[in-house]
Each structure stands twice: as C-alpha cells, then as structure tokens.
Design a protein around this ligand. Structure first.
Ligand code: GDP
Length: 457
C-alpha cells in the first residue's frame, strides 16, 4: 500500500534509454538490473510492468564513494524496460515527453549514427534532459579492466595508448554533440548539467562506469527536476499507455506508466482510443509475480492500487481500441465529460499535417506517428492519412484513392499487415513499405519514387 501519511510526495524520476541499434541499450539495461540485484539486499529492485524501479539505497550501494545518499530525497530511478527511441516516443504527455530524463547510448567506436540523430531530434523537440553513455569502452585495444573503480580513475589506470585512443573517440562524440547544438563534456568536468550534457564513458559488459551513470542521473534529477517530481499521492491517477496487449483471461489490457496520483482497482478511467476516448472501469490492476513464484500461467498478481511512479497492467472492457502513447486518466471528484475533453485535447496536440493527396502512414504509437510525420514533412512527402495501428484493409482502400501513382503507398512504422488485408493488398495497385527505422522507411520510399520517375521518362 502507498504511504498515505504525506499527501505531497516526491516520486521517482522516469528514465528512458535510447540510441542507435546495436550500440548497447539492452545490454546497459540488463547490466543496471543485474548489478543492482547482485548488490544483494532485499528490495534491490522492483520489477514493474514495462519498467524497473531501482531505489536510492541500491544505487548508493552500487555507487559507493560516488554518492552520499543523504544529499537526496528522490526515491530512486524508474527505468523503462523497452529501449529505443520508439518506446521513448510512446512516452509523451502534454506535448512533452513523459520520460523525465533520458540516457542516449552511443557506441564509443561508432559515434553518431542515423538513429542517434533521430533520438537527438526527439530529445531536442521534447526538451528532455539527457546524459550520454559512451558505451563499449572495454573494446579499446589494450583495455585494462578496473572493476569497482569510478570510470575517471579507471581511465587514468590505462596504458597511455589505450587512454589516448579512447579519448580521441570520446572527443569525437563530444564534437558530434556540439555539431548537434549541445555543449557537452566528460561528466566529471561538467558543473551545470542543465547547460552541459554529461558524457559518461562506460561498458555495459564489464559494468565499469555504470555506477557513475546512475550517480549522474540521480544528481541531475535531484538538482533540476525535483519540483516536477512533487505529486499528490491521493490525486486522481494519470499515466500513458506503453503498449496494448491481449492477455489470456483478461482480454485487451494496457501496459501503463503512471506518473501522477494513484490508480485503484475499480476506478473509472478515460483512455485515448482510436476515434473517441474510451470511458471504462478497471477490472484488474496487474503486476509481475515475483520471479520465484512464476508458474506457466499466472504470471501476474492482482494489486489493489498503484501510486506514481509505476508501471502497471490495466485490464478493463473496451481497451482493444486504446492507442500506445495515449493518455490514461482516472475520473475522480469531477464529471467524466471534463476528463474526456481533456484527453481529446491532449490527443489533438499531436501534430500531423495531412494533405488532399499523399501517402498513408501507420505507426505503432502516437509518439512514433508524430516522429514519422515530422520526418516526412522534412522530406517533403505529403500525407493523406496517418493513424496508429496495424495495416488494415481500409488503409489499402484509402491509399488507392491517392491521385498520383507514387502516392499510392503505405508507410508502416513498427506495424504489421493484418492477415485479412493480405489479399486486398495483392489485388490493389498499392505499394507497401514497412520498417522499424524511420530513416530507412523514408529512404526506401524515396528510392521507389525515383525509380518510378526514371521509368516514366
Ligand atoms: P541494442 O540494439 O542497442 O539494444 O544493443 P545490444 O545491447 O543488443 O548490444 C549489441 C551488441 O553489442 C551485443 O552483442 C552486445 O553484447 C554488445 N555490447 C553491448 N555493450 C557492450 C559493451 O559495453 N562492451 C562490449 N564489448 N560489447 C557490448
């Protein structure tokens, strides 16, 4: 149960990890969870639906001399489990990003790559504070691991050759951040993390630098974001849909990150849905069962309530129409119509300019739909219609109505073609592009258009 003695409490900052494919996002999250667990204390981490909660005590146990826990009154860090800017762009609230803070993972040998640039664009647009994890320092030739040492000291303990090679790569990244308009430096040289981006050299494999990263994230949250973390623990719960999933025995459910107030079983909620907001009542609030209790079937346990910040699975009627990235609001002490209007207004903030003629865009979340729309605007590709969801027969019919051949196309980001749309697509004069990388999707479409134009000449 939530502690109800204090109505105005500081919640845990929500952290998202993003970066280019293969730069080590998943490994970093695994390392953070793994090292926290091997810290050994009971309650070292709490696994939520879609997120992992690492309390301050655990962080301070891992960070040793780097942290003085008495400097902090924020309770810890909540890491969103699905890495990548796709999941990050799900996390939007009121035109900003719901993740309070982000870790941008960059492979120290590889530097900035297209998805690093995409991630930077999202971070800039949403004004999200972030830290750069310059990952894979252990791959530096001649690297001499210094487990348990702060990364600055570990760097100093390397051979001159290894240190200078690594420094060269690190300064390359700092230069690339500067080209992107951010002033950055190695984290121990940064005085003000609001003005300068801290770069933390680390290895998601050896774990060197990981405590430093957690320390920087804690410090940044504590110094600059404390006010935003103040919540009313009695307040009507507010959250964002991470994912819509069918769950045996429960039907359509929504994995939700709750960032304000409290959500209780039986609460009436309004959820952003395709077409209109969904007005429904919570049938069950589900959390993962502790690992040792997991049997084949009952992976979840029912809880009576969850307070922010938390990840929880909500089961309720009509959630099949819910959209990833959409708001979830508990209706308490005010008319439901007011909450419905609020949810509608929030969804209306998602800017997708449509034209009378153009391509059909489908994406898995509202955030990624918005990111697609922005990228297409920059590439000067007009959009006829843009929606969240898998590709359905209706989308093919709509694409066929486009009045230029090259626009008879569907661009699907992180979505599938529904089985019942397969024959429809075969019989239609519509070209389908799907990908889980925005720039590749647009590049494929542009190549197709160029080839088509060349063929016509
Ligand atoms: P993601 O696509 O960003 O989630 O990247 P992954 O975490 O899946 O990592 C991609 C590959 O890089 C995997 O083979 C990892 O084992 C490897 N890798 C990730 N971090 C490190 C690191 O710090 N050091 C080394 N040597 N390999 C790493």
């Amino acid at each position: 149960m939530t502690d109800h003695t204090n109505a105005d409490t500081l919640r845990t900052p929500i952290v998202a990890v993003l970066g280019h494919v293969d730069h080590g996002k998943t490994s970093l999250l695994d390392k953070i969870r793994g090292s926290a667990v091997s810290e050994g204390e009971a309650g070292a981490i709490t696994q939520h639906i879609g997120a992992t909660d690492i309390p301050l005590d655990t962080i301070s146990g891992m960070a040793g001399e780097l942290i003085d826990p008495t400097d902090f009154d924020l309770p810890g860090l909540l890491f969103i489990d699905t890495p990548g800017h796709h999941s990050f762009s799900t996390l939007r609230a009121r035109g900003g990003a719901l993740a309070d803070i982000a870790v941008l993972v960059v492979d120290v040998n590889d530097g900035f790559q297209p998805q690093t640039e995409e991630a930077i664009d999202i971070l800039r647009r949403t004004g999200t504070p972030f830290v750069v994890a310059a990952n894979k320092v252990d791959t530096t030739p001649g690297w001499n691991p210094q487990a348990g040492q702060p990364i600055q000291r570990s760097l100093e303990a390397q051979s001159e050759r290894a240190e200078s090679m690594l420094n060269e790569n690190l300064y390359e990244i700092i230069g690339q951040l500067s080209d992107a308009g951010f002033s950055a430096d190695l984290y121990w040289r940064v005085q003000d993390f609001q003005k300068n981006i801290g770069v933390v050299p680390l290895s998601a494999i050896t774990g060197e630098g990981v405590p430093d990263l957690l320390t920087v994230l804690m410090g940044l949250s504590q110094r600059f974001m404390k006010e935003e973390m103040a919540i009313d623990v009695f307040g009507a719960g507010e959250g964002t849909v991470l994912e819509v999933k069918d769950e045996r025995g429960f039907g359509a459910t929504i994995d939700t990150v709750v960032y304000d107030g409290v959500v209780r079983n039986g609460d009436r909620i309004v959820v952003g849905g395709q077409e209109d907001p969904i007005d429904t009542e919570i049938r069950a609030l589900l959390q993962p069962r502790p690992l040792e209790e997991i049997r084949t079937e009952k992976q979840f346990e029912k809880v009576a309530e969850v307070g922010a910040a938390a990840g929880v699975k909500i089961a309720a009627p009509d959630l099949d129409r819910a959209m990833a990235g959409a708001p979830v609001r508990v209706v308490r002490d005010r008319p439901v119509e007011e909450v419905v209007e609020e949810v509608k207004a929030e969804l209306a903030e998602i800017e997708v300019e449509t034209a009378e003629n153009g391509v059909v865009v489908k994406a898995d979340t509202l955030g990624s739909l918005e990111a697609m729309a922005n990228a297409l605007r920059e590439a000067e590709v007009p959009i006829l219609r843009a929606e969240v969801g898998d590709i359905a027969p209706r989308d093919i019919a709509v694409a066929e109505t486009a009045n230029q051949d090259e626009h008879k196309a569907i661009l699907g980001f992180n979505v599938d073609l529904l089985t019942n749309a397969e024959t429809e697509l075969e019989n239609a004069d519509v070209k389908l592009f799907t990908n889980d990388v925005i720039y590749q999707l647009i590049e494929d479409y542009e190549t197709y258009v160029e080839e088509k134009q060349r063929a016509q000449q």
